[in-house]
Design a protein around this ligand. Structure first.
Ligand SMILES: NC(=O)c1ccc[n+]([C@@H]2O[C@H](COP(=O)([O-])OP(=O)(O)OC[C@H]3O[C@@H](n4cnc5c(N)ncnc54)[C@H](OP(=O)(O)O)[C@@H]3O)[C@@H](O)[C@H]2O)c1
Length: 282
C-alpha cells in the first residue's frame, strides 16, 4: 500500500514538472526548482553595521536572499559568512552610496545573481550633529551626500528593475529627527525630513503609475548602534551619548519592524513607522 502511494506521488510530481516545462518553456530540472522555490531578494545599503546589519541577519535567517552594500569589505564578509553559517544566502558588493554608479552596480549585481530585486533598504547614514555656529561644513556636506543623495541613488537603482517588473518595496530609514528639530540637530533633521519628503513623493508617483511598488519610511528614535561614532563635535557627542545611555533600545527591534513591514500583504503598505523607547519623550 505504501509503495502504491509512493508511486502515485512520483507520477504526480513528474506530470507537474512536465506541465511547468510546457507552460514556462523551461528546459531542465534546475530551472524548475528555481520557479518552485522562488525566494525574495533584498538589497541593503549600510549593511555593515547597526540597523542594516541586524536587518540583514534577521532577513537572512528568514530565508531572504540578502545583498549587502557598504564601504567596509571586512565587515561585509563577516556578515555574509554569518548568514551562510545559518543556512542563508548572501552576497556583497563594496558600495559607497555617495557614488551613483556604485549604487547602480549594487543593483545590477543583485539582479544578475538572483534575477530580481524585491526589496531595497536605504539604510546607509551618518549623524555628525553639531551647533550651526561651529560651521562644520564638511559634516554638513557628508550628511547631505550620504543621507539624502545616497537615498536618492538607491531609489534610482532600485527603480531600474522594480518599475519594469511592476513590483517591489523600497524602505528608507529616516529618523525621529525628521519630526523633531532640536539644538544641534538642524542639518541631520533636514536630511531626514528630505528622506520623508522624497519617500512620500515616490509613494504617490508609484501609485499613479500603477507599479504596485510599496514605499515605507522607518523613523527610529535612539537605537543602540555605532551611529554616535560619526559625531565630531565633542560637546554634542557627550550630550547625545548621555541621552543614548538613558533611552537607546536594542537594534533588533528595528530589524523586526522592517521584517513586519515587508511581510504585510503585497497590496498594503506600512507607509511610516516611528519606533522608539517608551521612555523617550521626543
Ligand atoms: N541608531 C539610531 O539611533 C538611529 C536613529 C534614527 C535613525 N537612524 C538611521 O539608521 C541608519 C543606520 O544607522 P545605524 O544606527 O545603524 O548606524 P551605524 O551602526 O553607524 O551604521 C551606519 C551604516 O551606514 C554605512 N555608511 C555610512 N556611510 C556610507 C557610505 N558613504 N556608503 C555606504 N555606506 C555608508 C556604514 O557602513 P560603512 O562605514 O562600512 O560604509 C554603516 O553600515 C542611518 O540612516 C541613521 O541615520 C539611526
Amino acid at each position: 500500500m505504501t509503495k502504491y502511494y509512493f508511486l502515485a506521488f512520483c507520477r504526480t510530481f513528474y506530470f507537474l514538472s512536465k506541465k511547468l516545462v510546457f507552460d514556462y518553456g523551461l528546459s531542465d530540472n534546475l530551472e524548475i526548482e528555481r520557479v518552485i522555490e522562488m525566494k525574495k531578494t533584498v538589497v541593503i545599503t549600510g549593511a555593515s553595521s547597526g540597523i542594516g546589519k541586524a536587518t540583514a541577519l534577521m532577513l537572512g535567517k528568514k530565508g531572504y536572499q540578502v545583498v549587502l552594500g557598504a564601504r567596509r569589505e571586512n565587515k561585509l564578509v563577516e556578515i555574509k559568512e554569518q548568514i551562510e553559517k545559518e543556512n542563508g544566502t548572501a552576497i556583497y558588493q563594496v558600495t559607497d552610496v555617495t557614488k551613483a554608479e556604485e549604487v547602480q552596480k549594487l543593483a545590477d549585481i543583485a539582479h544578475d545573481k538572483f534575477g530580481q530585486i524585491d526589496i531595497w533598504i536605504n539604510c546607509a547614514g551618518i549623524m555628525p550633529q553639531s551647533m550651526l555656529a561651529e560651521k562644520r561644513i564638511n559634516d554638513w556636506d557628508n550628511m547631505l551626500d550620504i543621507n539624502v543623495k545616497g537615498t536618492l541613488y538607491g531609489i534610482a537603482a532600485a527603480l531600474t528593475y522594480m518599475v519594469p517588473a511592476k513590483k517591489g518595496h523600497i524602505i528608507n530609514i529616516s529618523s525621529i529627527a525628521a519630526h523633531a528639530v532640536g539644538v544641534g540637530t538642524s542639518v541631520y533633521s533636514a536630511t531626514k525630513a528630505a528622506v520623508n519628503a522624497i519617500s512620500e513623493g515616490l509613494r504617490q508617483e508609484m501609485a499613479q503609475m500603477k507599479t504596485n511598488i510599496r514605499v515605507t519610511v522607518v523613523s527610529p528614535g535612539a537605537i543602540n548602534t555605532n551611529l554616535l561614532n560619526s559625531i565630531t563635535s565633542e560637546d554634542v557627542k557627550k550630550f547625545v551619548t548621555d541621552f543614548y545611555d538613558n533611552y537607546a533600545i536594542p537594534v533588533d527591534r528595528i530589524a523586526k519592524v522592517i521584517a513586519d513591514a515587508i511581510e504585510m500583504p503585497e497590496d498594503t503598505t506600512l507607509n511610516e513607522i516611528i519606533v522608539r523607547s517608551t521612555a523617550q519623550e521626543l
